[in-house]
Design a protein around this ligand. Sequence first.
Ligand code: HEC
Length: 168
Amino acid sequence: MNKGSSLVRHSIRSLVLIAFGALLAVTLAPVAGPAQSSLPPPGADGRSALVLSDAERHLVLEEMRNFLAVLQTISEALPGEDMKSVAAAARKMGSGAANEIPPETVAKLPDTFKQLAGAVHTSFDTIALDAESLGDPKHTMGQVGEMLGKCNACHGIYQIAVQGPAAK
Ligand code: HEC
């Protein structure tokens, strides 16, 4: 009888301990949860971030869309061997266009970015000159392909991150 009741007491104590443990786990879980998820999630995009203001981001992306628009004009002119249109379009994005980004923005850009951007503008200069002097669509197509390699090289390295509204 004594033995039996001590066994029962022991079992009850174990049950109480298990129940307390479970309660503790349930109570602490929400505390541990938000603490963990308040860490910034690792970004899926691992490219280096160019930290720019919203207005600067707009300028850079606008220049990018101009690159693409000019490439459309060139691609449409090439099959008809309209080399005058090729030259005019390419010249729009030549070295002259590089000045559209203000110097204070340029100062924020890393050297590799500036070198690749400069190389693309120079390629447009050469495409314009050769389209006029050689008038050879195949030659131009080769130059465009080579230049696209520079677009892709830069896109593989950088993304733009917009800084807070306070800093301009
Ligand atoms: C020196 C670096 C660099 C070069 C060279 C470059 N780009 Fe970009 N481009 C970028 C960056 C940085 C972005 C923004 C990417 C991001 O934040 O995800 C971008 C974005 C773009 C976009 C998206 C624009 C938008 O409105 O969202 C297009 C289109 C584009 N580039 C086209 C081109 C083309 C075509 C060329 C070559 C003729 C080119 N780029 C050359 C750096 C470059």
